[in-house]
Design a protein around this ligand. Structure first.
Ligand SMILES: NC(=O)c1ccc[n+]([C@@H]2O[C@H](COP(=O)([O-])OP(=O)(O)OC[C@H]3O[C@@H](n4cnc5c(N)ncnc54)[C@H](O)[C@@H]3O)[C@@H](O)[C@H]2O)c1
Length: 242
């Protein structure tokens, strides 16, 4: 069914992939980013800290895909706190006030980092978290408040633990890190994954789910939940789609 979907972070690496797949599937897609998203018909240019701008963007929205954030470790007080925590608060409260029914939130495989480093693989979503650092801790907070919004406000909430879809400045580091190739998420698979989340059955009330393409050597982030609950099957394997 065609839905009105607001994608925050729509100008970013993942945002552009998600927008293009949702548009391809016939959804009415809107963007929200502090940088204009040229591929979109309707883009609200604004900051996550601007509640009035978020309220305008949220009118008539069925599903929110929240990707906008500082996407890795950075100074906590000046980057992670305003973008990943205060921004999250503003986005979720605006969505709740507007009656948005489903939230698809960008979490990270870094939420359970130290288990991956210890080699206890694959990592399952229900295992105890072990955040890499402050950035991953903001994603733990995102998952936790997502669960609360599902229980308290009756919204359907999916938190996606994304593997690694390297941004241009990360490509050299990514190539030189063989273990990362097993958690690669190609832009094409990312678009399809998030589309599966948007289109998931109403019966999905709260879900934490890993998202990667096909591993090269071994499975680090288990995809059983993605397959069984969302019907997602990755098509690419690194370096496809890079
Ligand atoms: N790319 C990955 O491998 C990866 C892995 C795990 C999680 N994630 C998460 O996925 C999401 C998207 O990551 P990405 O790689 O596309 O990053 P990106 O930096 O390419 O895109 C993020 C977008 O969000 C926007 N943005 C950031 N702060 C904002 C603010 N305060 N107000 C408005 N817009 C703002 C930026 O302008 C940018 O367009 C993030 O939440 C990130 O933490 C990404």
């Amino acid at each position: 069914m065609r839905q009105t979907v607001l994608v925050t972070g729509s100008s970013g690496k993942l945002g552009r992939a998600v927008v293009s797949e949702l548009v391809r599937r016939g959804h009415d897609v809107r963007g929200f980013d502090r940088v204009a998203s040229p591929a979109l018909v309707t883009t609200q240019v604004g900051d996550l800290g601007d509640r009035a701008a978020l309220d305008r963007a949220m009118v008539g929205v069925d599903c929110l895909v929240h990707l906008a954030a500082t996407p890795d470790d950075a100074d906590f007080l000046t980057e992670l706190l305003p973008n990943n925590l205060v921004g999250l608060y503003q986005v979720l409260e605006a969505a709740r006030a507007a009656g948005v029914r489903r939230l698809v939130l960008a979490s990270s495989g870094q939420v359970n980092w130290w288990q991956q480093m210890a080699g206890d693989l694959p990592v399952l979503e229900h295992q105890p978290v072990s955040p890499k650092s402050w950035y991953a801790a903001t994603k733990m907070f995102l998952e936790a408040i997502g669960r609360s919004f599902s229980e308290v406000h009756g919204m359907s909430v999916l938190a996606v633990r994304i593997g690694w879809c390297p941004r241009p400045e990360q490509e050299a580091e990514f190539r030189d890190t063989p273990s990362a190739h097993d958690v690669y998420l190609s832009p094409g698979d990312a678009g399809r994954f998030f589309a599966h989340c948007v289109e998931a059955p109403e019966t999905v009330r709260f879900l934490i789910v890993n998202a990667t393409s096909r591993p090269v050597r071994e499975t680090r982030l288990d995809l059983t939940v993605a397959r069984q609950v969302l019907g997602f099957e990755p098509r690419d394997r690194w370096p496809e789609g890079m």
